[in-house]
Design a protein around this ligand. Sequence first.
Ligand SMILES: C[S@@+](CC[C@H](N)C(=O)[O-])C[C@H]1O[C@@H](n2cnc3c(N)ncnc32)[C@H](O)[C@@H]1O
Length: 620
Amino acid sequence: MRKQQSSSSKHESSKRQKMGTQGKFGTMMLLCLPFLTTDVSAFAPTHLFLQPSLFAGVNTALWEQRRSTSNRNSDGSQKQRSRRRRPTTEGTGGTGRNNNRNSNNKNGKRSYRVSNEEARPILTNYDANTSPQVNQERLHRATIDCGHFDTCSGCSVQTKIANIPTIQSAQSFFSSPWIRQSILYDSYDNNDDNFYQVVVPSPLTSWRTQAKLVAAPKSSAWSNDGIQLGLYRSKSHQVVAIPQCAVHHPSINRAMETLEQATAKAGIVAYSSAKREGALRYVQFQVERTTGKVSMTLVWNAETIKQTQPALSRLVKELQRLDPDLWHSVWVNCNDSTGNNILARNPNRWHRITGPEFLREPLPVGDKGWLYFTPLTFRQGNLDGFDILANDVASLVPENAKVCELYAGVGLLGLSALAHQATNDENGLYWLRCSDENPSNARCFERAVDSLPPDWVGRGNRHDRKKPQEEEITIAQLMERMQSGDAVQAEPPVGDKTSYMVASAAKALKSGQALGANVIIVDPPRKGLEFEVLDELCKPIDRHQDSVEDVSMLTIPDEMARWTNDARTLIYVSCGFEALARDAERLLTSKAGWKLESATGYILFPGSDHVETVCVFQRD
Ligand SMILES: C[S@@+](CC[C@H](N)C(=O)[O-])C[C@H]1O[C@@H](n2cnc3c(N)ncnc32)[C@H](O)[C@@H]1O
């Protein structure tokens, strides 16, 4: 007989949340196809189809108010902020990492100190990036001032950076009469135009810690005098060089210059799509902020690593000779396809040539824990800015919540919520279940959880725990199993409170990932939620469905289950406003009972026509 679980709610701290059921989380890891590719359309500016209304200025007051209230204890006192200044940081202002890369070597280039293994830098720039005055300055007065502005397609504005079509569309959307009907009554005065807030959570320049660039021949003749890197000119295949790009982290510009020199020395030829010959197609640079070092992925026109030789070895040698301190790691992605994908998706096409596998970034909340990334995993383009967004999302999650995070990547948002609770509240999250379809994330997640205090993640001594999997399995093997339709069962790789499922969001839901969860966090790709996920979220609550946490405990057939039945809060993080508008419209016009509590636009890519939006939906 299936066991029914009882509801328990220890805390009254959240006015809206009723806690779900107790119990342990099921252990299945489902595997499915990863989508690791990025389309070349990512190089072109985004297009919006919503009609912009008159640009009427941007609002920030509510965001500031929400931030200050969410950071208060139940008695109204200010919660203790965990972002104490890092003792090892010299000087005033700036982040620990900035201070870590402020000296010059004899070539006039910055030299880098690798941070001490034990010292974990914290967000010393948190206060500046959330200051209302700084925000106003960034929105209205600051300029990007880049020499490439006239020719480069990357930026569309240099000043008044919120004056972009996407934000105009968002303002129009969130102030439309029907949306006003859908706003949670106590969060908003209907006559007030300030519901939608816009903030700039990082400086306007040097924010880009990840860049994908096109390789083109340096001279017009297709000779081997090296390559130049840049972006496609708008609506063309002509490449514009951007050596002094003002929004790049300085390490990216330095890496561009070094790679260009090295290709000339090593005689590397850029790929020509017209002739279908040449070697280097694209390059991805990812900066590890604490060290300023760069992980570089060379996208090579080859099927196998063997075909890259001996040119690749010559190039890597040259890179090490020219700037040995710069490189964190060098990877090759063998991509000989004729399609639009920048990166070949098959893990067998990825090869780590030098350096460590993982890039490490401080968890955005608190002063403990790390996040781990590889070039095969998704990583935000503006990590400083996303740190603020993650803090905001974390503070929206009620105490003792059961959180299901879909499209979780390496678990950045969910683990931030866990750290926020552990740092500020007595009881922390009840549990956190993350999932993503890319199998490379699971190991990064496990490492991140391993870097947290054991009691945060619900285990005694992490060194005593049993091995997560009996058999060692590579990403390529996982991929093969998924392609043959197999699912792999494994013990949860991490403590009792946290787990990771490798599955599409739709599959994760239908295997019970959100059963019992009162909070769901979604951060889908630009195209928005999968249809099946949206469909589930649009179903009204079935009051007769038992609140259970595991599919095996359902007392109804799976086909009749409502897989998000326990969710009362939905936090939707969106990088594609058009898709968000579509999904929000469906959620709010469905019978699911969702109301919109808040909508905040984060200008995460200052200069470009892009806004990241966080919408909070609630239902009783
Ligand atoms: C915008 S990223 C967000 C990741 C994470 N929140 C972060 O900030 O690092 C979107 C994630 O969705 C994943 N993804 C894309 N399509 C998916 C699908 N159908 N089901 C599950 N995950 C998917 C990608 O692998 C990627 O990790």
